[in-house]
Design a protein around this ligand. Sequence first.
Ligand code: GDP
Ligand code: MG
Length: 192
Amino acid sequence: TRSPEESHEAWEQCKDAGRKLPEYKVVVLGASGVGKSALTIQMTHHCFVKEHDPTVQDSDWKEVALDNSGYILNVLDTSGQDILRALRDQCLAAGDGVLGVFALDDPSSLDQLQQIWSSCSQHQKQRLPLVLVGNKCDLVTTSGDADTAAAILAHKWGVPFVKTSAKTRQGVEEAFALIVHEIQRAQEAVTE
Ligand code: GDP
Ligand code: MG
């Protein structure tokens, strides 16, 4: 076992390491059923949850320490109730960036996301960095309507667009890496 001095030293080292790592808070937004919870769980727990109880209060920050990434990621999954404006604004106020999720097999979920995001933007002092995420890519074989519309929308908004599958993990890490990159860019722009 360690001596108290050694333990203290180890603790100091951990604390220093923790202090050096920047932390990024990502809010996952989108219509109900698009896979926000599945994406969050895939990212934080490396597994696919087929049936996730939508009534479960998900609004807890989940922390992920990514190997060699040099940062700590904190993910806030939002649930249906967060569509209530007050709650959603609270989530956004706490976040550094947003994953705006829709489902590639459901074009109407892109419309819903568009509505959610434009109502969010009206209330933001400063626009949060955003990445547009087309989830459930495992369910669509060819580029569908939602795909094309999302590419056009991403271009209009000037944000990255990435396709993911919370089921196969395809694109999931990329989506989170992209939003971190957008957050870093936004922070650099402020300090310049
Ligand atoms: P939320 O309401 O946005 O949190 O959506 P959920 O994460 O609860 O997912 C809704 C349903 O879609 C669930 O049955 C999930 O298993 C399913 N689902 C989520 N992501 C994917 C995906 O990438 N591929 C497939 N095939 N199903 C998914
Ligand atoms: Mg959910």
